[in-house]
Design a protein around this ligand. Structure first.
Ligand SMILES: *Cc1c(COP(=O)(O)O)cnc(C)c1O
Length: 365
């Protein structure tokens, strides 16, 4: 045998995954809402069916699935641009805003670069950062469940490339005010991309969070991230978008996996934007339920920060969390538990919300 053949000889060694991958948590499939009586309140989905216009558009487009979609998503990007009052050059779409966020991080971070975000916040953040070989920098929330922007600013180093601000924050529901973000932007180096993740912006009370478009116009290093998965009710179709300076948006489009947003998703998103008033009526009903639940829980002694999302956040130690989860489980209510931190419950239809209230009233302390 020649040395070349020795190098290619079959052996006992096996292909190995990168340590960034083996270190990731395994995906634990959530219990699916199998029966009629299971309330699916663990993922902040809309409990409404998709907007009728979206269903009609998808049905009409279904016959063309043998074709690749428009990989530049021209029509959808134009429609989003019109919605926001920007140009299509400033818009990049992706398979959910998680997909867009992956494009952002892989597009901006080299190995060892740092991404700062609050903790606890959206669970996808550390996963996407580590997968990219970058370093997650978690800054604890303050005692009001809000981003501690002073501590986040103090954590900036020469390696910082991206800062993620989640408002309203998932899972705590607290918004960051416009004034605080503006003061933060005045302080942070202008070569750091500040991503404002507004997955729940439609549910926020007017004035509770930032006027992100105004901040974007004033600070070219701001990027706004939004999704059709939550208020628009298209979680299953996978489509979200970023608005950023044309150079960054162009870079995000380049880092996208080709054809990652299906034609069905593009057409449903466009139709959903056209049906904005129907979406707003649904959002108003959820906000009303959120207020009803918060008032009842407060009267029962629960101390909650006001949520600006379509969910409630119960801060709980592990003992209380275990008792709550057991009670929710027994009642066939799926909620999201966070070890060491608490429980997040999606606000849905009044009947499901009443079931949640019965459990929480029984555990009020
Ligand atoms: C749900 C959510 C998203 C959006 O996820 P999609 O990929 O668009 O479905 C983004 N950010 C936060 C904080 C979320 O909770």
């Amino acid at each position: 045998m020649t040395p070349d053949q020795l190098l290619t000889r079959p052996g006992t060694a096996r292909p190995t995954l990168r340590s960034a991958v083996t270190g990731l948590p395994s995906y634990v499939p959530g219990r699916r809402s199998a029966g009629m009586d299971v309330a699916a309140l663990a993922s902040n989905e809309s409990h409404y069916e998709p907007l009728p216009a979206a269903v009609t558009a998808v049905a009409a487009a279904a016959g063309a699935m043998n074709r690749y979609p428009d990989s530049a998503a021209v029509e959808l990007r134009k429609r989003i641009a019109r919605h926001l009052g920007v140009t299509a050059a400033e818009v990049a779409v992706g398979p959910g805003s998680v997909g867009v966020l992956q494009q952002i991080i892989t597009g901006l971070c080299d190995a060892g670069d740092e991404v700062i975000f609050a903790w606890r916040s959206f669970e996808a953040y550390p996963i996407l950062v580590e997968l990219a070989g970058a370093r997650p920098v978690r800054i604890p929330l303050d005692h009001l469940e809000c981003h501690d922007l002073d501590a986040m600013a103090a954590a900036v180093t020469a390696r910082t490339k991206v800062i993620l601000l989640c408002t309203p924050n998932n899972p705590t529901g607290v918004s960051i005010t416009h004034e605080r973000i503006e003061a933060f932007l005045q302080f942070v180096r202008s070569d750091i991309l500040v991503v404002i993740d507004e997955a729940y912006v439609e549910y926020a009370e007017a004035g509770s969070g930032p006027d992100s478009l105004a901040l974007y116009r004033e600070y070219p290093n701001v990027c706004i991230l939004r999704t059709f998965s939550k208020a628009y009710g298209l979680a299953g179709l996978r489509v979200g978008y970023a608005m950023a300076s044309p150079a960054i948006a162009e870079g995000l489009r380049r880092t996208a996996l080709p054809f990652s947003v299906s034609a069905l998703a593009q057409t449903a998103a466009t139709a959903s934007l056209d049906a904005g008033e129907e979406m707003e009526a649904r959002v108003a009903a959820v906000k009303q339920e959120r207020a009803r639940m918060a008032a009842l829980l407060e009267a029962r002694g629960w101390k909650l920060q006001p949520s600006q999302g379509n969910f409630l956040w119960i801060r709980a130690d592990d003992d209380l969390r275990a008792r709550l989860i057991e009670a929710f489980d027994r009642a066939d209510i799926l909620v999201r538990a966070y070890q060491g931190d608490g429980v997040r419950i999606t606000v849905a239809d009044p009947a499901s919300n009443d079931r949640v209230l019965r459990i929480l009233e029984a555990h009020a302390g």
